[in-house]
Structures are given as C-alpha cells and as structure tokens.
Design a protein around this ligand. Sequence first.
Ligand code: C2E
Ligand code: CA
Ligand code: CA
Length: 617
Amino acid sequence: MSSVDIRRSLDLLVTDIATRLMGADATTMVSVTEGVLAELLAFFEVDHTCLRYNDHNIHATVLVAECPVRPVKPVPDPLGVIYFADADDAFRASETRTFPYFGRPRGEFPEYEERVLAGAGWPEVSFVSAPLVSAGIPTGNVTLTKSSDRHWSDDEVNSLKAIAALFAQLQGRIEAEERLRHIAAHDDLTGLSNRRALLEYMEHRLKPGQPGPVAALFIDLDRLKALNDFLGHAAGDQFIRALAKRLRDQTDPRDMIARLGGDEFVIVPAVPLTASDAQREAERIKRFFGERVVVGGEKVSRSVSIGVAVGIPGETSVSDVLRQADQAVLAAKSAGGNGIVTFSDEMRAQHALRDDIELHLRHAVESDSLLLHYQPEVDLRTGKILAVEALVRWEHPTRGLLYPGMFIQVAEATNLAGELGRWVIREACRQLAEWRRKGLASDIVLRINVSPVQLVSLDFVASVDKVLKEFGLDGASVCLEITEHVVVQDLTRTRITLEGLKKIGVQVAIDDFGTGYSSLSHLKALTVDALKIDLGFVQRLGQDADDLAIVKSIVGLANSFGLALVAEGVETEIAARTLLELGCHRAQGFLISRPVPPARVEELFAAGSIPIEALQG
Ligand code: C2E
Ligand code: CA
Ligand code: CA
C-alpha cells in the first residue's frame, strides 16, 4: 500500500470509530467499546487491545473493556484495578502522561528508545498507549499490545491519538449523563436517594418472583421545626446532613435510603425482612438516630418516630407499602412520638373503615341517612331541661348506626365538613321550629357543634342567619359549640366570626374546655357566652383530686368572666353532688339522659324536667 492509501484507510478507520462511539450511551458503552477494540485489533494486527480509565480519587487505572476478552479472569483480576503505587512503570505512566507512549522489546528500533519509558525495564512485548485527555488531565488510555515487536508509524500514532480523543469525548459525555442521573435521583441536601429513586427501587423489589418480604421503614424526626426555629435553618440543614450520614454509615451499603424532603426518610433494607425483623431494625436505627449531633457548637438530638410496613413481591403495590408505613409513622407520632409502630391488621381494618366511610359519606350528606339525636342539659337542682345538644348520627347502609367519632374526622379531612355542618344546623333548627310549633321547647336553647372548617368559612355567619330566618327562630335560641383547640389555632379569624355571631344574637360556647390551652387573655378577647367543662374532668370528679382542682378553677374562671358553665359527662351521683357543691348547676351526662331520638325528646319536653333520683332527698 502506498502511504496515501495507508493514510486514507486510517482516516476511514477513525471515521468509522467516531460513528460507532457517537451512538453509545452508559448502558451500551462497554459493548460498543469492545466492538471498536476488535476493529483496532484486526486493523493494526495486534494481539490485545484495551480501554482503561483513570480513577484519580483512588489513584488507580481501571480496566473498562478489552479485546479479546480473556476467557478466564482470576479474582481479583490483576489487570482490573491497578493502583499506581503498586503498578509497573507502563501502568504508572498513565497517571500523568498526556501523549502517546510506547514499549518495545530491547533495542531493535533505536529511534524510539528515547521514547520508551524512562527507567522502564524492557518489556517482553511491544505496545502503544494513547492517553484519553480531558482538560489537560489524563483520564485513561487505549492500549494496543503485540507479543512480538512492532513499529508504529507517525500516521498510525496520530490516528490512535484521534481515536483516544473520541474515547475521551464519550467518557465525558457519559459522566455528564451520570451526573444528571444522580442529580435526578438524589436529594441535594444529603446526597441520599430521592422519592423518585425510592419508587423505582421499590417497584423493582416488589416485582413478582423477587425475594420478600420487602420492608419499608418510614422515619420522621420529632419536632424538627423547633430546632429550626431555635438554631436557624442552616443549623437545621446541617443536623439533617449529619443524621443522613449516620444513617448511611450504620446501615448496609446496599440498603435504599431516601430522603423525602423535610425530616422524612425512608429505608428499604436490601435483605428481605419479616415485620418483626423490620421492627428490630427500626429499634436499632432509633437508638443510633437519637444520639446527639454537634450543630453550631450545640449538642442537639431529636427523637424519631418510625413506621414499619412490609410488602410481598407480586402482591403488594409500592404505594400500598409506602402508605402503610406512612400511616404507621403517623400512629407513632400521634401516640406522642419517639416510638415505633408496625402497620398491623388492626390498622388495616381501621383504614378500610375510613376508606369506606369516605366513599359513602358524601352520599350520606346528600341523601337522608344522617340524623340527629339530642341530649338534654338540666339544672341539677331541679332536673329542669334548659337545653338540648344536637349530636349527629349516621345510619350507614351496612355498618349500622355510626357515631360522630367514626366519621367527623373523615369529613374534616375530605372537605365534607362544611356540607355536613350546614346539614346539621339546618336540620336542628328545623326540628326546634317544629317543637315550638307543637308548643314545646319555648325556652329551650338548642346547642349545635360546629367544626373548625365551618368557623373559618367567610359566609358562615350569613348562612346561620339565613337558616334562623327560614325557620323563624331568634338567635338567642341557638348556641354554637366550638372546641377549645379551634379557638387557640386561629384566633383572629375566630374572633371575627364570633363577633358576627354576636351581632345576630347567636350564643357561643367553648366545648371541651380544659383540654386545650385557652388562656385568660383568649377568653377576654373572645365574645363567648359559656364554657363546657370537658367530660374527662367531670367523669372522675369525686375520685381524682387533680380533676377536682381543675374543675374548681374552671368554675372560678367562669364566675369571674361572667360566663355560663355547663358540666358534660356527668355519669355518677358523686360527680353530680360535687358539681352542685362547687356551684356548677348546669349539667349533661348519662346519669341524666343519654342522647335520644327526637320523639323521645318530645316526651321529655312534655314532662318539662328529668327527675334525678340519685340527687333526691
Ligand atoms: P361533644 O360535643 O363533647 O359531645 C358530647 C359527647 O359526649 C357525645 O358523644 C355524647 O354522647 C357523649 N356523652 C354525653 N354524656 C356523656 C357521659 O355521661 N359519659 C360519656 N362517656 N359520654 C357522654 P357523641 O355523640 O359520640 O359525639 C362525640 C363528638 O362528636 C362530640 O363531642 C362533638 O365534638 C362531635 N359532634 C357530634 N355531633 C356533631 C356535629 O353535628 N357536628 C360536629 N362538627 N361535631 C359533632
Ligand atoms: Ca358539644
Ligand atoms: Ca365536649
């Protein structure tokens, strides 16, 4: 071949390799490279070709692909990872050399001798190594080796340089892609996996035929907000990073650890775990998680709540496992935090009930399966009925009569509270008007419970006013009960609503008083008419000295603010007597009457009072 022909065929080789490498990505990179190496092997008639990358972090050169692939490789492969420190000169050179270098059996081509590695022993074989260079740094090399001697022409060496440059390009492109992938799959604060990576991983683990059960541990720091408020967000971030590192260090490196944002982490252990194994792992994590971390010079620690759930590959979906772990951690938190809860069959049943309720509640509000029972409130001294409290019930198609404890929260969580509340107010008012038409309940106050959602809705006062007008009732016949928690949560909004209610003459009582944190200043700021002492304190009156003290102080409070006071949950004679002694006369409770259907209330109204035998004589 003439030198022109040789050059042309070298150009064709480079062009062909450029085309092949252009099509490669992270997944096909090794196989494409092997193809290119085979092409080089055949073209240059050598015995072995390979591509190696430099890992400057660990100071080593790492085999990426070779041709021919050695059929049996020793473990560990002595040609796999070669640390520069232990390497012979040819390998060591690749750490720093940025231009091609050669090795040749002793002495046959003197013109290359000065280019043979300084100080190198004369190799048995001949080779040429073309470094991959990126930003002036050698990032790897393509090496061609022949077991006999071979001369490399300048044209050949130039082509190899071009080919090495193509490999360097590919290497850079794949690294950039991997960086992007890493960013897309990781949380930037902690470097842990993110939600997307977690979902992908769990999807794989829960495929049919994968080993199971697959456990998910949902970790939630208790009261991280307080830490942020106290030390600042930078310190909060530092704290989270320290905890993330601790998690990574103290778990199996193969475990999936994801941060879902905020202070929520999910661990999916790499090995299959039963629920009780997973619970044990959660206990271990809880222990090391709770240890102190130094942040901004302060030693801080936060307890954690952990929810555990396990899924069976092929049976449980990813979203089921995560939802169950989430529900378990919520249960752990609402039990006061610093605990572990494993998702149980009982919780499953509870949530099934909840889902079912959610499904049917809207229909219940729209159809007439909701009903009201009324519980009388009397003057303990005479048994005279002073008021009735409307309490909602639901005649569920399959589950029978449901009490509000089963569905009010669901209603509040699903935006149905507003509708349900409107229904209750309208129905209760309609009922009162009907009684009045029958000549009953003329001086009775109707008590209606309202949910927080209703209170903050802007047209609440107007809608109450409308219902009152519709049934020809005056505001003073109605007393709305709001729980103390609501009052505390949104004082400004609550105040506006309460003032509006005052204008239309409607009374307001604070329900469950004593369980929240209403302070005197709140009471002063709000225009309320009555307090209802939470039944928890009343039930144990006469048995519990603390409760007696609390009720006493509530009586004092009501007196000094001129508020009416009602004790609810009067179940025992001793409680009733104690209330009388303390000067609290208005009472409601099972001792007097349970909540009853309207027809029964009518009978009680007709009698006018409820004799309380226990208190007589
Ligand atoms: P609440 O307003 O504190 O109502 C009193 C609850 O205590 C009623 O339960 C009543 O049956 C019960 N109770 C009355 N006397 C006694 C007693 O002596 N001992 C015991 N152990 N319990 C007694 P109920 O009807 O299950 O209602 C529970 C809660 O559901 C109510 O507590 C109220 O907060 C809420 N609720 C009821 N109806 C409605 C409503 O129409 N709308 C809203 N938003 N909430 C309602
Ligand atoms: Ca109430
Ligand atoms: Ca109450």
